[in-house]
Design a protein around this ligand. Structure first.
Ligand SMILES: [Zn+2]
Length: 440
């Protein structure tokens, strides 16, 4: 190793000090200690030996060569020297400055391009309008609920997903995304915080929680308030769409409770396990009520907690049993016609404005079974029982009523019927079950 010196002083005493400071043997070890050189020349107070020398001499390490221009790299003190050439060599000061300038330039160009694209996007958005009288029922209900959650911001300004917390017990971002994908709420990049949209390679990405949304304008240029008013008195016709919204909402209500229970017992579920449970719950909700599924969650989470305390078990292993236990529990309930108990709504698990809007429109709440919700929606949309279903029921119902009246147990039968419907049975299976009980 060698160090090349460019001495800037003519003072022989200083030159001697500089040469002694940088002097090395063949193996690259310094010949003298810094502490021994300190007293040789009088220096102003507060000036270190290294900086004194640096002011009077530029030093270059022959082991470090700029990969760009092959110049030697300047070093400021002893610790910056290398005994062997480094694997990833540094650029010299000039080349580094050039590279930084090029990078800064590229960054500026990209920032300008981002701004141009966002402006273009905003311009396109502003020409898009929606015919609110033609949007599907479930989107109308969702908008009404959103308006209630963030009033008056839906109609008078921008809002972020964080503002919509009151919409539903969980998955608020997904509900807002549904409206965004339908083109009913638009991004408003001009109102988002700087940094919300950014480059990731050649693509523009965004921080979802910072995106500012607004209601898309109406085709007939109705004001936002008028749009919401017109949505609240409409004739509902799309039973399937509304039922799916009810399912989406009810799944969120069940999953919020599951989340709280798991937190209480320190169970950690992976994204995949949560997705699995979500599917199971969505299917179960076609039959049962939210409050019945809360009781299933309550039981399963507690079972897992006691499992976690057993020998050869630990928390992650116990938590991993939850999705399977929920499924088996529901299968057993169905196989053995067990009546599920219903839990009352926990205080920290509010229904959200979507729950309220569904409640007011359909007459449903957390105790409404999927069967019941489906019937209520059919009734609301004028798609009540198809003639074939009614025809199928005619004979068993006549028989049931005849037996009930003959035995003078009409009121008992009606109370039991109401109980079974509440527990999630459909009309046919409730009639069948009571009929069997009466005949035995
Ligand atoms: Zn260079």
């Amino acid at each position: 190793m060698a160090i090349k010196l460019q001495i800037l002083t003519a003072d022989p005493q200083e030159i001697e000090l500089i040469e002694r400071y940088w002097a090395v043997d063949e193996s690259g070890r310094y010949l003298e200690k810094v502490s021994e050189l300190g007293g040789l020349i009088e220096m102003a107070q507060g000036v270190s030996l290294a900086s004194f020398i640096r002011q009077r001499c530029n030093a270059f390490d022959e082991n470090q060569v700029c990969p760009q221009c092959a110049a030697l790299i300047e070093i400021r003190n002893r610790s910056e020297t290398k005994k062997t050439p480094p694997r990833i060599p540094k650029l010299c000061t000039l080349c580094q400055e050039d590279q930084d300038a090029v990078a800064l330039d590229a960054e500026k160009t990209k920032a300008a391009e981002l701004e141009r694209r966002l402006a273009e996007y905003a311009r396109k958005q502003s020409t898009r309008t929606v015919d609110y009288s033609a949007i599907p029922d479930h989107q109308a209900l969702l908008l009404l609920a959103l308006d209630r959650a963030i009033t008056p911001r839906l109609t008078s300004g921008g809002f972020t997903v964080g503002d919509c917390r009151g919409l539903a017990p969980r998955y608020v971002g997904d509900f807002v995304l549904q409206l965004r994908e339908a083109g009913l709420v638009l991004d408003d990049p001009g109102r988002a915080r700087p940094g919300t949209y950014y480059w990731e390679g050649d693509e523009i990405w965004m921080l979802r929680e910072q995106v500012v949304y607004r209601l898309a304008p109406d085709t007939a240029s109705k004001s936002a308030d008028e749009i919401i008013r017109s949505l609240s008195d409409r004739v509902y016709t799309d039973a399937e769409g509304i039922f799916n919204l009810w399912l989406d909402y009810s799944v969120a209500d069940v999953m919020r409770y599951l989340g709280a229970q798991c937190e209480l017992y320190n169970h950690y579920l992976s994204e995949q396990e949560l997705e699995e449970i979500k599917s199971t719950m969505r299917f179960a909700l076609e039959t049962y009520s939210v409050s019945q599924l809360w009781s299933v969650v309550w039981k399963v989470v507690r079972d897992a907690a006691s499992l976690a305390n057993r020998e050869y078990y630990n928390r992650p292993k116990a938590a991993a049993t939850i999705p399977g236990k929920i499924r088996r529990n529901l299968e057993k309930v169905q196989r053995e016609s067990i009546e599920l108990r219903a839990w009352s709504r926990p205080e920290q698990n509010p229904a959200g404005t979507l729950g309220m809007v569904l409640g007011e429109t359909l007459g449903v709440d957390e105790n409404t079974s999927g069967h019941m919700a489906s019937s209520l929606i059919s009734w609301l949309t004028g798609q009540s029982c198809s003639p074939s279903v009614e025809a199928e029921l005619r004979e068993p119902v006549r028989e049931l009523m005849t037996i009930a009246l003959a035995n003078d147990v009409g009121s008992t039968v009606m109370l039991r019927f109401a109980e079974l419907i509440r527990a999630g049975h459909d009309v046919g299976s409730a009639v069948e079950e009571i009929g069997e009980a009466l005949r035995s």
